[in-house]
Design a binder for this molecule. Structure first.
Ligand code: AMO
Length: 432
C-alpha cells in the first residue's frame, strides 16, 4: 500500500476520487450503524467513515480490531462532508494495519488527558504525536530555516566546528571532561575560538548552528546542559554593526514565522508580536541603575542575576541590548575600550524574560589577547593554536551567539526550555 496524499492535500473538491492515506489510529468510535476511524498523519486528521450496512465485511472486521495509535493505511473514496475535519471524509475500500500498538498507551495523544513534562519526555516519541508538541517542533524547523535564509542573504558562510576540544572558552568551571584516547578532552562550550580562527582564515562572515555543552549545575527553566547555539563572526565590523545584524535577524525570524507558521501558532493558541526596530540600547551602568531603583540587591560590577534581568525586563518591556559591560565579568576575547579599559565592547541582547544572546567586538591584537587570557586566570599556553592565528594578519572582527531554544521559547511564550528540545539534557536527564 503506497500513500498517495497527506491529510492536508485532500480537498472536498476531490469528491469521488480514490486516495490512500497512512498514519496512526487517533480515535475509533462505534456508534452502532456507523463507525468512525480518525487517522492522524503529520499534517492533520482524516475522518474515515464506515456505514456498516454498505461496507465490505472484511474491512469492517479489520477496523473493529484496530487498537488506538496503531499504524494504518486506508484506501478509500473521498466524500465531501462539511462536518468532517477539512470538509471531507473517506469511505474505505481497503484498510491495512502496518504496526500494531499495545494497550494501554503510555500517555494520551489526543490532548484530552494532560501528562506532566517528565512523563512526556520519558516517552517523547508518543508525546510528539500530540498536536501541541509537534507544532512546537514544526516551528523550531521554521526558526532554523529562517535564520539560515537570513544569514545566507547577508553573505554568511555556514561552517561546522569540532565539539571535542582541548580548551575552555567561556570559563573553566562549566566544562564536561571526556576521555579522548590517553588524554583528557572536553565537550565544547561554544564555537568561539574556531569561528574567530576563520576570520584569520579570510572567510569574512561565518555562522554555525550547533550544539554547545555547559556543565552548569542549575536546574532552571532556561538552562540546558546541551543547547543549540546560533553563532556568527564577521570581519571588519564592530560591536554596533553586529548588533544591527542581530536585531534585524530577530525581526526577520518573527516575521517569517508569523507568515509561514500560522497553522502551528494557531494550534498553540499563540499570536506573536513582531519586535520593532531598532531595539533599545542601555549601557550596563544604566541597567544596574534601573535594577537598583526597582529595589534589586545588585552593585556595579556584578553579573545580572535572574531577578535583576526580570526587573529590568519589566521596566523596558521589549527586546533590548545591554552594552558597555565591565571587562572583568566578560570573557577574555571581548575588546576593552581604549580610553576606559575597565569597560569593553561587549553586549547582551535581552528579551524581557531572559538573556537571548551575548556578543562583542573581539580583541584582535595578539599581545593584548595574551594579556586578557592571563588576566582572566587562564593559562595562555593552552591557547597556542588560537593565539597563532592572531600573529599573521588578523582583521578586526565581532560576533555573537544566540540560544536557539531561548529564542523560540520566548517567541512562543513557553515557560520551560525543555518543551522546545526533542531530547533535553539536564542534570537528571540523560535518556532518552
Ligand atoms: P554565552 O555563553 O552568553 O556566549 O552564550 C550565548 C547564548 O547561548 C544561550 N545559552 C544557553 N541556553 C540554554 N542553556 C544554557 N546552559 C545556555 N548557555 C548559553 C543563551 C546565551 O545568550 N561565545 C559567546 C558568544 C559570542 O560572544 O559570540 C557565548 O557563548 O541564549
Amino acid at each position: 500500500m503506497i500513500r498517495t496524499h497527506y491529510s492536508n492535500q485532500i480537498t472536498p473538491e476531490m469528491n469521488a476520487n480514490t486516495v490512500t492515506v497512512c498514519g496512526w489510529a487517533h480515535e475509533i468510535r462505534d456508534l452502532g450503524g456507523i463507525m468512525f476511524l480518525v487517522v492522524r498523519d503529520r499534517e492533520g486528521l482524516i475522518q474515515v467513515t464506515l456505514f456498516k450496512k454498505a461496507i465490505d465485511k472484511n474491512v469492517l472486521e479489520i477496523v473493529k480490531g484496530i487498537s488506538r495509535e496503531s499504524v494504518v493505511c486506508v484506501t478509500g473514496t473521498v466524500k465531501k462532508e462539511a462536518k468532517a475535519p477539512n470538509g471531507y471524509e473517506l469511505v474505505p475500500t481497503a484498510v491495512t494495519v502496518l504496526g500494531k500498538a499495545e494497550s494501554p498507551l503510555p500517555m494520551d495523544t489526543t490532548g484530552k488527558v494532560d501528562a506532566d513534562l517528565d512523563t512526556r519526555l520519558d516517552v517523547r516519541f508518543m508525546d510528539m504525536r500530540r498536536l501541541r508538541t509537534t507544532s512546537i517542533f514544526r516551528l523550531r524547523n521554521l526558526l532554523l530555516k529562517s535564520i539560515r535564509e537570513y544569514l545566507d542573504r547577508e553573505g554568511f558562510v555556514e561552517i561546522t566546528t569540532p565539539k571535542v576540544v582541548a580548551t575552555a572558552t567561556e570559563g573553566g568551571t562549566a566544562l564536561f571532561p571526556i576521555t579522548y584516547f590517553e588524554r583528557e578532552a572536553f565537550l565544547n562550550q561554544s564555537p568561539q575560538l574556531f569561528k574567530q580562527l576563520m576570520m584569520s582564515g579570510g572567510l569574512d562572515r561565518v555562522y554555525e548552528i550547533g550544539p554547545i555543552f555547559r556543565a552548569e549545575e542549575h536546574d532552571t527553566r532556561k538552562h540546558l546542559n546541551e543547547a543549540t547555539s546560533i553563532d556568527i563572526e564577521a570581519s571588519f565590523l564592530d560591536n554596533e554593526d553586529v548588533m544591527v545584524i542581530l536585531e534585524n535577524l530577530v525581526n526577520y525570524v518573527y516575521k517569517y514565522i508569523a507568515e509561514n507558521g500560522q497553522i502551528y501558532l494557531k494550534n498553540l493558541g499563540v499570536e506573536i508580536k513582531i519586535p520593532q526596530l531598532p531595539f533599545k540600547r542601555l549601557t550596563y551602568t544604566e541597567a544596574i541603575k534601573i535594577a537598583k531603583d526597582n529595589g534589586e540587591q545588585i552593585e556595579w560590577g556584578d553579573d545580572l542575576s535572574t531577578e535583576s534581568e526580570h526587573s529590568i525586563g519589566k521596566t523596558i518591556g521589549e527586546h533590548y541590548f545591554i552594552t558597555d559591560w565591565p571587562s572583568r565579568i566578560k570573557p577574555f576575547y571581548a575588546l576593552p575600550y581604549e580610553d576606559r579599559p575597565e569597560l569593553c565592547r561587549a553586549f547582551d541582547m535581552m528579551h524581557p524574560r531572559m538573556e537571548l544572546s551575548s556578543g562583542a567586538q573581539r580583541v584582535h591584537d595578539p599581545e593584548l589577547l595574551r594579556e586578557r587570557i592571563t588576566a582572566q586566570g587562564l593559562n595562555a599556553d593552552g591557547f597556542d593554536f588560537y593565539l597563532k592565528a592572531f600573529k599573521y594578519g588578523m582583521p578586526p572582527h565581532s560576533g555573537w551567539g544566540v540560544g536557539a531554544e531561548r529564542l523560540l521559547m520566548t517567541m512562543l511564550g513557553i515557560e520551560n526550555i525543555r518543551e522546545v528540545v526533542l531530547f533535553p539534557r539536564d542534570r537528571r536527564r540523560l535518556s532518552p
